[in-house]
Design a protein around this ligand. Sequence first.
Ligand SMILES: Cc1cc2nc3c(=O)[nH]c(=O)nc-3n(C[C@H](O)[C@H](O)[C@H](O)COP(=O)(O)OP(=O)(O)OC[C@H]3O[C@@H](n4cnc5c(N)ncnc54)[C@H](O)[C@@H]3O)c2cc1C
Length: 310
Amino acid sequence: MREEAGAELSGLTTLGMGGTCAVALSLDSREDLPAFEARRKELGLPCEVLARGSNILAREGRHELVLVRPCFADAPALASAEAAGAELGVEEGAWPEGTVFVTCGAGVALPRLLAFLRDAGLSGMEGLAGIPGSVGGAVAMNAGSFGCETGACLASVEVWNGEALVRIPRQGFDVGYRHFAVKGALEPVLVVSAAFALTPAPSSGIAERMQANLLAKKSRQPVTARSAGCVFKNPPEGPSAGMLLDRAGFRGRTRGGVALSEMHANFLVNRGGGTAEDAFALLGEAQEAVLAKFGVALEYEVRVLPCRSF
Ligand SMILES: Cc1cc2nc3c(=O)[nH]c(=O)nc-3n(C[C@H](O)[C@H](O)[C@H](O)COP(=O)(O)OP(=O)(O)OC[C@H]3O[C@@H](n4cnc5c(N)ncnc54)[C@H](O)[C@@H]3O)c2cc1C
């Protein structure tokens, strides 16, 4: 386990904003978990998980909390049929015949898992191409795009519950729009690894679909700007959040060093020197305008840090 005092959130988030945390604990392997548990008790502070920081809007100031960095790097690997049942908790008949299971550490970059699946000829997650998070972050957020969600392929997850590593089978968790929760858990859990269920298919077709999704993403979203992806969730029905923001006049609107992108109004971008104070002021103004004009209360899709603690 690595420990860093006064970790700076601007360096740990893709938006590049935010203050400092009392301490960051980076967990490199499962063997670090007991020491982590002892250290967090010793510190007596709330914990928040931050992986690649690509969905985080961090507040300014000094936050009295422990930032947990899940770096579990077990490379993507094919699981045998026996392991699927015995170790991964996959129920017989839960997935179509011929399904192939792949395990991966939570700290692995999602693009690396997707490259493995492409080369192995395993289909199901092509829509996630271009999402810059970790595998654990994709699970925790149920990240999705182009009609594909992480949770749809999720066979089981391995989590640390504060005392032990436990394997949660599919029926033990709920997934929804940008939502993942272990049933019955009172606090958010730390995802250590995940097992995915995939369908064999020609690599060439998988590569083509991933490439097409990447190009579509690049043509619609400011992917090279400092952002955290979509800042608000789409309402359950009606126009998307981006469309509402656009119609309320917020496309390209700036405040200090931040802006809602010209390219996609639901992308908050840091134009350089942007602060969380600017961001919350602009986002609050946008929420008020959309509520007044369309009667829709926009909710954050990004996780505001400090947000939920365990
Ligand atoms: C350019 C760009 C494009 C994007 N496009 C998309 C998109 O198309 N679709 C989409 O859904 N998202 C998109 N995102 C948002 C983001 O990349 C995803 O939500 C991603 O899955 C977050 O992963 P992360 O590792 O960065 O997690 P973080 O941002 O570090 O954390 C996000 C949340 O997950 C929790 N978390 C992270 N890891 C773990 C873990 N191991 N155990 C428990 N909890 C954990 C954190 O506590 C936090 O609440 C985009 C972001 C950017 C910058």
